[in-house]
Write a protein that binds this ligand. Sequence first.
Ligand code: 5GP
Length: 354
Amino acid sequence: MRIEQDIKLDFKDVLIRPKRSTLTSRSEVDISRDYVFPHSRKNYHGIPIIAANMDTTGTFGMARALARHELSVALHKHYGEAELLDFFAAPPAGGATFYSMGITAPDFEKFRRVMEKTGGMIGNVCVDVANGYTKAFIRFIHKIRTGFPSITLMAGNVVTGEMTEELILDGVDIVKVGIGPGSVCTTRKVAGVGYPQLSAIIECADAAHGLRGLICADGGCTSPGDLAKAFGAGADFVMLGGMLAGHDECDSEIVEIGGRRKMRFYGMSSRQAMDRYAGGVAGYRASEGREVLLDCRGPVEDTLREILGGVRSACTYVGARKLKELSKRTTFVRVTQQSNEVFGTAWANGYNDE
Ligand code: 5GP
């Protein structure tokens, strides 16, 4: 047994210190990014925010709504082949749509068939496992990179620099970072495993950028300020579940409670998800997600405006004319939890555990 004594930080442990700036308005800030992916060699342009590949948020409807603002979506992996073929026959322009999959042989075969039938229309793939530290995961990364050399590959999740480096050397373009921070994730409670998300982003971004790789900070953002902190810490992309849940574009069951319409939102390793897709929680494992009921929040458009406005505002406060400059201009100050709560909580009205 060993204890690491370095303090590791979460979003709530810091604020971004304001800096002298020549910017006069948020409208002067450009929050899009341009990247060349290290393995696919493809170019990316867009606002680097991705809807999570959860069955509520990683939907075709969300992909269309977000693409209008050059944001991206990782589709959930439970769509059938026919639906995927329809969608990829006319994918939305703007941002990027990621096809998501796990690491089983049927996952690979399904992807191979869809790719073949769409004539190779899928350019972006997200390989998603709860624990990106296994040999099976690495073997799968080799298999998919060898089989599909030109796809842009996002894969994870991991939280440490050395594993980020390994994945990039193995063929991953974007390493997905985050174990335990998700709004409906219970891994930290159930397994006692995790890593404070801000430190994970800082350490993994540093490792990735040294190899010209990219990272996507996945999970734990509860307000636009958290996205600003993630980008400030070095994230190239930020993935959102809970902040995009509860909208018209989500595929969620609506229930009425006390005369108010609520949407179900649950973790993809929750009992609810496993009941739906895997015939229940297998006897050898525990659920690592929970369900919350959210107020219905209408079209995602208004929420997007808030999120993008918040990131623009952060850039203005530190004098970053482009999102690319935000991390260079970010100095975090450590704060007590109380001082952050004044700024941070209850951004999303109704985003409460019921
Ligand atoms: P959020 O933006 O809601 O804080 O986090 C979204 C992320 O939480 C997802 O992209 C995914 O990585 C993670 N996640 C989703 N469902 C579960 C779950 O049931 N268990 C765990 N451990 N993580 C989950």
